[in-house]
Ligand binder design. Structure first.
Ligand SMILES: O=P(O)(O)OC[C@H]1O[C@H](O[C@H]2O[C@H](CO)[C@@H](O)[C@H](O)[C@H]2O)[C@H](O)[C@@H](O)[C@@H]1O
Length: 247
């Protein structure tokens, strides 16, 4: 896949009712906040998502690093199709495996570090754990050191870098595999897939939709990227959705 520096990406083509729309959440639909629970969910965007979900006959999904539980809480009263934990969690699958003991040990140690660095956050998502330092960048070295030491005791786990965060999560699943899985099923199958995302983990989603003849839309200016279309910011994504939802 040719992933290049493309500084000036054109906006996505006009919205089409034959799309299957896959949307990343943080940094795409939502502006970043100092901590995961401090994000604001724009009510106009929620209404637009509801309209577009129905207009696409259900083929609109959230594809996020957050858990399904978090997504349903944030996007309530909507309960959209979704893949959580970077593709690890799918609706209808059984409960995720219990977190291994070293992950629970790490959680305790990371909470101690966070207490020493007010603003740092330990986000426990069950099978995965995210160590955040956006609210206190001084916590980054200690959080990194903890995560890097813990990974040696976590066979089957990998370190997932993100935006001011390092996550420990089971290997294997990614957003591209989640998109491919949904594209095999109704109501997504047979539609033109479109993935909108901002982060490194979204590149897997971009590759999956491009492999199906679809459209990849990068939010922001991270480079290099496989995306061939772009929107400048989450605010621009929200305006784009609200406009597309007009009758
Ligand atoms: O795949 P995404 O939907 O983009 O989720 C990626 C991670 O997003 C969240 O963390 C990020 O957003 C927080 C709120 O703005 C911010 O405080 C943090 O610095 C960002 O990394 C979420 O908390 C994670 O669980 C997701 O994996």
């Amino acid at each position: 896949m040719a992933c290049m520096r493309r500084p000036d990406l054109p906006p996505p083509p006009p919205f089409s009712d034959d799309w299957a729309l896959f949307l990343d959440v943080d940094g795409t639909l939502l502006d970043f906040a100092d901590a995961p629970h401090r994000v604001h969910v724009d009510p106009d965007m929620l209404e637009a998502l509801d309209v577009l979900h129905r207009r696409l006959d259900g083929a609109l999904a959230l594809v996020s690093g957050r858990s399904l539980e978090q997504l349903d809480h944030l996007f309530a009263p909507l309960r959209l199709p979704a893949a959580g934990l970077h593709g690890l969690e799918h609706r209808g699958d059984g409960p995720a495996a219990k977190p291994p003991t070293p992950l629970r040990t790490l959680r305790g140690e990371a909470r101690t570090v966070a207490l020493r660095h007010p603003g740092a956050v330990v986000e426990d998502k069950g099978a995965t754990i995210a160590l955040h330092w956006r609210g206190n960048p001084d916590a980054e070295p200690a959080m990194r050191a903890l995560a890097e030491a813990a990974i040696a005791w976590l066979p089957g786990y990998s370190l997932q870098p993100g935006d001011h965060v390092l996550e420990l999560r089971p290997k294997g699943a990614n957003k591209g595999a989640a998109v491919a899985r949904m594209l095999d099923e109704a109501p997504f199958a047979g539609r033109t897939p479109v993935f909108v995302g901002d982060d490194h983990t979204d590149e897997h989603g971009f590759e999956a939709v491009l492999a199906h003849g679809g459209i990849a839309v990068l939010v922001g200016d991270r480079q290099p990227s496989c995306a061939r279309h772009g929107l400048a910011s989450p605010a621009e994504v929200r305006s784009w959705l609200v406009e597309a939802a007009q009758p």
